[in-house]
Design a protein around this ligand. Sequence first.
Ligand SMILES: C[S@@+](CC[C@H](N)C(=O)[O-])C[C@H]1O[C@@H](n2cnc3c(N)ncnc32)[C@H](O)[C@@H]1O
Length: 201
Amino acid sequence: MFKYPKVNYIGNKEKIAKWICDQFPIDAKTLFDAFSGGCSLSYEAKFRGLEIYTNDILKINYHIANALIQNNSTVLSKEDIEIIFSGEPFEGFMFKNYSEMFFFADECKELDLYRANIENLDSEIKKSLAFTLMRRTIDSLFDLNYISFTDEGEIIFSKRLSNDVVEFWKTYQLDKKILNEKRLSYLAYHRELLTKKDAVA
Ligand SMILES: C[S@@+](CC[C@H](N)C(=O)[O-])C[C@H]1O[C@@H](n2cnc3c(N)ncnc32)[C@H](O)[C@@H]1O
């Protein structure tokens, strides 16, 4: 079985998915996951051979279900990845609504580019795979202390990162304009966390 790809979903049932499935009637053949969220429960039930129906009010959770539950064999090819990363970042929905709120403005422009490019992939499952990956990876290198930044905005890498990731990100830099007092103070704390995690790795 493929390992469930964590989706950082608040309230996800990953840790207890096996236990929940153990409570199902022994002759159960179908699961209706009415609030499927990140699909950790559906994923475990799919592995056990049940027929799965998912439901969720959020569009991103439809994509997660499509990518992890509906999908059995589709993967993104190198050409698909090239489509997603092609072109120039622009000021779209993410930029207009989330700049300096959840993400930096430059990150929002990148996300607007990827969102638009994903629509050019040639199947719905591929689009769902790409959105699921995008949701999974946004900021996770930073959140999990694999990267941090100097007070000048230069990127710092954890020794836990593989060379190919370092190679990909090595020229990335934060715009100094956004490094106000509050962010610099958080960065100092964030760098300390990275060092501590590296020390025990
Ligand atoms: C705690 S999460 C479910 C986590 C999921 N069981 C898992 O293992 O990852 C609850 C989900 O219910 C969805 N939800 C809330 N109200 C809903 C509604 N009225 N109809 C459908 N989904 C709803 C939310 O979008 C959220 O994804």
